[in-house]
Design a protein around this ligand. Structure first.
Ligand code: ZN
Length: 157
């Protein structure tokens, strides 16, 4: 049953095992809102053996780069990325939480050197915890928790 859902697109990427209710955040962080030509199917709160309920995102004719995969790991740490070619599952991998984040997010602390300068410096963070997710700014040591990470991502859109 689960396999059927995954294999239905001809080619592209199926992001499976997204935490329930998080598919929309993943959709936004991949910039799919502004991508007028890509077909996307979103399944919200479907039964899952591993997670009880989960979200699924099927993206036709689109593959992810390592940066995108890292961003997905921040929002959906249990997600699996399935590469589909000719209706066949070609490759399946779990997302991996990066140990370091560079340039993806900006620190929120107004006194942080990365936000205080006239030309803001790229944010740099160290991942200090994975469940729940916590990241720490390398410059001012401000700690950002899961919900805030999501909010920062969605604000960038
Ligand atoms: Zn900072």
């Amino acid at each position: 049953m689960e396999q059927m859902k995954i294999n239905r697109i001809r080619q592209g990427t199926v992001i499976d095992h997204i935490g329930a209710g998080k598919a929309l955040a993943v959709f936004h962080l991949l910039g799919l809102k502004n991508d007028q030509t890509t077909s996307v199917t979103m399944a919200i709160r479907v039964p899952s053996r591993r997670m009880r309920i989960k979200d699924i995102l099927k993206i036709e004719n689109r593959y992810l780069d390592p940066t995108e995969t890292a961003m997905i790991a921040l929002i959906a740490p249990q997600a699996t990325i399935n590469i589909i070619t000719n209706y066949t599952l070609e490759k399946k991998e779990r997302v991996k939480l990066p140990t370091h984040l560079e340039g993806l997010l900006r620190c929120e602390n107004p006194n942080c050197i990365t936000t205080a300068l006239r030309e803001p410096v790229q944010g740099k963070f160290t991942v200090i915890g994975d469940s729940p997710l916590r990241i720490q700014c390398d410059y001012c040591l401000t700690i950002i928790a899961t919900e805030e990470v999501e909010r920062l991502f969605l604000r960038k859109i």
